[in-house]
Design a binder for this molecule. Structure first.
Ligand code: NDP
Ligand code: 2IT
Length: 450
């Protein structure tokens, strides 16, 4: 049977030059081999060929005027990948590296992640190659409004509900939501991650990071261990990294690193959450400034990183939380992490590790939670926001957080029991991919050829 290989070759022909998407597709499809061998109906219904093809891909021009009066042009994307389980759901990424391959890999991962939450949400993703860095508030607003002038016609509270991702936080969601409302005249739950006064959910901002730490806790408890007292490496300095660090402190662990695209902070005494929030949430400044506040912290400039990886992963610790971007953990980083005693990894970022790095973690049988399981707390809480919007309620933080904890425990349970069912009890990559796929594929079969 090599229709998996055939499907991957088919992708490279029909969608050329999309390396991140092939990487994500190959990981999922390779994990499905034992399932497909034992359950012929997925092949009979051509589920593999169907699931790798987005239902709809929207690409559009975004024109806007910068502060100097010059017309700028960016590219906008929304990939509505799979709606078998519910309305398309997934974030928008604004980053200069964004292209069709990156949005497609993110949308593909989102299908299985959303399925793992057990909630009624399909998979989608979007974004732009717009770079928010260094832009004025006025420029950000004009870009967001122009982006929404096209996107509004493709989204809605029961069709497609975007949220944030890299470069898209409360400010950008506010501008996009405002423009949607102006264009449609409707005040409705078309975005998640909204401000608390206009339909947002308590706990959404914190949910991805908190969820990644809850997932780590589940991973460790399954091995009769605990996050308390652990020294932790965290990469990134954005939404996911900040709330990963916050929850690590709440649970008695010590996060000693964070990073941005310019460099890494190593603070052996423990990262100061106040300084990090001040620099990133208030001032939108570089992490370089961190050492001006803490003379016992070290700054490692990105130009001084090892040639084969990232400085964060070369520091001795017990656990690691990649929370910046895809492929930020290389094979050499994986080797260093294992050699340095890291035995628990919970991925806040999507596809944080290269394929070779994932292989190293699985061979070593450490507690490894892949992004589509470990970072699902963000989108799960987004669905809780949708539920609150459609019932015109606002739940307490306690209620949202209790649900988040239960969802993360359930995702861990699904991954672990599925891994066991296929005789690879420590391989939660296989467990996550098969458990997520089964839910989507069964729904696709029941809904016929659409
Ligand atoms: P933010 O924009 O808030 O933060 C991103 C952080 O990562 C910043 O510190 C940024 O540094 C750094 N970073 C981004 N791209 C690169 C790069 N190419 N090289 C080095 N550093 C980089 O985004 P989020 O925290 O929301 O997202 C982080 C990750 O988590 C992403 O992979 C995202 O897909 C994933 N994720 C996010 C969810 C959410 O709810 N927000 C949910 C699930 C997953 P700098 O500011 O210098 O660019
Ligand atoms: O990757 C992700 O899961 C997100 N960026 C969050 C998606 C969402 O709809 O909350």
């Amino acid at each position: 049977m090599d229709y998996i290989h055939d499907a991957l070759v088919g992708l490279s022909k029909s969608s050329p030059a999309q390396s991140e998407f092939y990487q994500a597709a190959e990981e999922v499809l390779e994990c499905l081999r034992p399932l497909l061998e034992s359950v012929p109906r997925y092949h009979e219904h051509s589920i593999i060929e169907r699931i790798v093809e987005p239902e709809r891909q929207i690409m559009f021009r975004v024109t806007w005027v910068d502060d100097a009066g010059k017309v700028q042009v960016n590219k906008g994307y929304r990939i509505q990948f799979n709606s078998a389980l519910g309305p398309y759901k997934g974030g928008l990424r604004f980053h200069p590296s964004v292209n069709a391959s990156i949005i497609k890999f993110l949308g593909f991962e989102q299908i299985f992640k959303n399925a793992l939450t057990g909630l009624p949400i399909g998979g989608g993703k979007g974004g732009s190659n717009f770079d928010p860095k260094g832009k004025s508030d006025g420029e950000i607003m004009r870009f967001c409004q122009s982006f929404m002038n096209e996107l509004y016609r493709h989204i809605g509270p029961t069709t497609d509900v975007p949220a944030g991702d890299i470069g898209v936080g409360a400010r950008e969601i506010g501008y996009m939501y405002g423009q949607y409302k102006r264009l449609t005249g409707r005040y409705e739950g078309v975005f998640t991650g909204k401000g608390l006064e206009w339909g947002g959910s308590l706990g959404r901002k914190e949910a991805t990071g908190y969820g990644a730490v809850y997932f780590a806790q589940n991973l460790l408890e399954a091995r009769k261990d605990n996050i308390e007292g652990k020294t932790c490496l965290v990469s990134g300095a954005g939404n996911v990294a900040i709330y990963t660090i916050e929850k690590l402190y709440q649970l008695g662990a010590r996060p000693i690193t964070c990073s941005d695209s310019c460099g890494t902070i190593h603070h052996p005494a423990g990262i100061s959450l106040d300084t990090l929030k001040l620099l990133k949430e208030v001032k939108r400044a570089s992490l370089r400034e961190y050492v001006e506040h803490h003379s016992d912290a070290h700054y490692i400039d990105a130009k001084d990183y090892p040639g084969d990886g990232h400085a964060v992963w070369r520091i001795k610790a017990d656990a690691a939380f990649p929370c910046a971007t895809q492929n930020e953990v290389t094979e050499a980083d994986a080797t260093a992490l294992l050699a340095n005693g890291v035995h628990c990894i919970s991925e806040g970022s999507n596809m944080a590790s290269t394929a070779a790095a994932v292989d190293r973690f699985i061979e070593a049988e450490i507690a490894y939670g892949p992004g589509k399981a470990a970072n699902a707390g963000g989108v799960a809480t987004s669905q809780l926001e949708m539920a609150q919007n459609s019932s015109m309620q606002q739940w307490s933080l306690k209620k949202v957080d209790c649900k988040l904890q239960a969802i993360m425990a359930d995702i861990h349970h699904q991954c672990a029991t599925t891994a066991k069912e296929f005789d690879q009890p420590t391989n939660l990559v296989l467990g996550a991919n098969i458990a997520g796929f089964r839910r989507v594929a069964d729904a696709m079969i029941e809904q016929g050829v659409v």
